[in-house]
Design a protein around this ligand. Structure first.
Ligand code: SAH
Length: 392
């Protein structure tokens, strides 16, 4: 690429993203500013550390930093908002991608290390009934670079310590974007030295995607978002179950975990549902119903509201135990993070422990996932949804 072509590129791409250029493209880019090749190397080092802006690149001349700032972007994700939980353990980023779509990334500082929750798609097509990420549908798949840049953003935030774990549990269904996912994981492993066994991919149960991971053969952890113990219930809660039934999903998942000698993780959100029933107020309403001239919507009604265990009763726990008995599995019981648009609620602590006790009695490893960052809207997709709602 010569200088003229480079200038043309500026007009074609609104903002060139330097992280997406290869080494020779980056050299040609800095040559466009009359800069020597070693500047490209310096910039690459900053990009690989996750520098969110050019002002941070302290060894570049100030004029170059300003020129770059006016014409280019460092990473393929741009921080729109950054929120810290009150205990300082969780940082949540709202990030913007090229084209304007937004995603969320969460950095969790834990006793075992620093874990990053990565989004794999902008939005989601899966339509799970309890989830905020899917409310606006799928916008697009993320590239491997966009996933990797989320980890770099967290790495920059940590400064002196490293990202040690990755969980692909942010917005989107990673196994609807499996090629980019694998490219991202290979790179995070090679360049950031994150062990495959410290990376977890969570899926709602895309069987061909699970099989692709098994063929790929790297020992990443697999998590299945199960959330219901019967096909009947799961198909209502998670439409993907109409395509891939529980038995088929668990078969594929255990084949993967067994081949990689890993423990399969099952995610299970405990839910109660509000049952709303219209109830007639007027003792004469039966007569009114018989009156052909009166439509039903005109009848005086009140709403009866009752809570019922949706997937969280002792019977559900027994059914779940039947599915998992004797397997190398860990069941993560997840307190539901309330999503205003969804008509569920989380069961009481007692109900959660009652459910867990049944699993324990049946010899199944289980733990209750600690809620993190609820004060900063850490439920999947909430921050992005709020931001979208404000824009509209
Ligand atoms: N699509 C993938 C990964 C993204 S969702 C999957 O289904 O696994 C990551 C996890 O968060 C899933 O287990 C999902 O069911 C759960 N989740 C979604 N919305 C939630 C909410 N409001 N509260 C708690 N967990 C939620």
């Amino acid at each position: 690429m010569n200088y003229a072509l480079c200038t043309m590129n500026y007009t074609l791409m609104t903002t060139p993203i330097l992280f997406n250029l290869n080494d020779s493209e980056l050299e040609q880019f800095v040559a466009g500013f009359g800069q020597p090749r070693f500047r490209a190397k310096q910039i690459r080092e900053w990009l690989d550390r996750g520098a969110p802006d050019f002002a941070s690149m302290k060894n570049l001349p100030e004029t170059l930093r300003r020129d770059l700032d006016a014409t280019a972007q460092t990473l393929p994700v741009r921080i729109v908002q950054k929120l810290e939980s009150s205990d300082g353990a969780t940082t949540k980023f709202l990030l913007e991608l090229a084209g304007g779509e937004q995603i969320e990334t969460v950095l969790m500082r834990t006793t075992y290390g620093n874990s990053v929750c990565v989004s794999s798609q902008a939005g989601c097509a899966m339509g799970c009934k309890f989830c905020a990420s899917t409310l606006l549908g799928l916008k697009r798949n993320l590239t491997a670079n966009e996933m990797y840049a989320q980890v770099l953003t967290a790495k920059w935030e940590l400064q002196s310590s490293d990202v040690t774990h990755i969980v692909v549990m942010g917005t989107g269904e990673p196994l609807m974007n499996t090629d980019a996912l694998i490219e991202f994981i290979e790179r995070a492993h090679a360049d950031l030295n994150i062990g495959m066994r410290r990376i977890t991919v969570s899926t709602c149960g895309i069987v061909p995607g699970i099989e692709k991971l098994t063929e790929w053969g790297k020992p990443v952890n697999l998590a299945i978002s199960l959330h219901a113990p019967t096909d009947e219930l799961r198909s209502v809660l998670m439409p993907i179950n109409n395509k891939y039934k529980i038995a088929e999903v668990l078969d594929a998942a255990f084949r993967n975990a067994d081949k990689n000698n890993r423990q399969l993780m099952i995610e299970y959100i405990l839910l109660e549902s509000e049952e709303r029933r219209a109830q007639s107020l007027d003792i004469n309403s039966d007569k009114l119903k018989d009156n052909k001239e009166t439509s039903n919507s005109e009848l005086p009604t009140s709403t009866l509201c009752a809570l019922r265990s949706y997937n969280s009763s002792v019977e559900h726990a027994e059914q779940l135990s039947e599915l998992l008995r004797g397997k190398n599995v860990m069941v993560n019981l997840i307190p539901w993070n309330a999503v205003a648009e969804r008509e569920f609620s989380a069961p009481s602590g007692n109900a959660v422990h009652r459910f867990q006790d049944v699993l324990i009695k049946n010899g199944i490893h289980t733990r209750i996932r600690r809620e993190r960052g609820t004060d900063i809207g850490s439920a999947c997709g909430q921050l992005r949804l709020n931001s979208k709602n404000q824009k509209q």
